[in-house]
Design a protein around this ligand. Sequence first.
Ligand SMILES: [Fe+2]
Ligand SMILES: [Fe+2]
Length: 284
Amino acid sequence: MKSRTLKELVLAEGAMAHLFERYGIDYCCLGHETLEVACRKKGLDISIVLREMEQLRLARPYSFLHCDLWDEEFLIEYIVENHHRYCHATIPVLLEQLTILSREHNSSGASESAYPYIKPVLFLFQRAAHEIEQHMRKEEMILFPYIKSLASAKEFARRRPLAPFLTVDGPLNRMEEEHFETTQLFAKIRALLSDFTIPENASAMHAAVITGLQAFINDMHQHVHLENNLLFPKALALEEKFDKRTGLPREEPQAKVEDRKSSYDNREARTAQSNSTAAWGHNS
Ligand SMILES: [Fe+2]
Ligand SMILES: [Fe+2]
């Protein structure tokens, strides 16, 4: 169990995501790490984590969502209809609440000194919100339609669809980079909020902002997990099924997904590759 990767554990049992969230273990962007490595990096006693995982498994012996069985099209629909929609609806609310809270604390010297993290959290969330909106637009306008049309072309033995990039690997790398950047901003917010601890004398608005941010960030991790660890490897494997010369689907699939996993952490190479994709803008 300790040698299994975080993404394998969450894909096998979605409830593990809740446990990893509690410990601040990044299963979405660092899903390729083993449980053992992740625990070591966080200074956690792995025997305690394993015991909790077992308890969780006994308490929730099955999952309602079998996302590892979904095809690309359904997975994309789920991501857009569940996670993107949630982002579009929640970001303005959180931004407004944070702005009001920040203004309230600014108008009271005593409160401002009591909660100095509010303004930095607001700035970090504003930046993350802007990046997320741009990122989702690229996914919804370019990447996801391409993956869907690729799946359709494979199914009906048609040519690989035209795209504003040479191979889907470039955009996928770019998206993974952006996921990583956003989750780093969220990690800073979590640290500023002392792991989402609500201060004893916090107002109702203050408490709502902290619980709202925690829910949003947890949801974003699940969202990124589905893309990084499920959809993107599927898209890459799908594209590999097409002959580069004829553009038609091949009979023999190739195991490029494993290659991708092994080079997962080579951010420099991935950035250089994605930068070569002219039509793929950077959102920061
Ligand atoms: Fe997304
Ligand atoms: Fe994404």
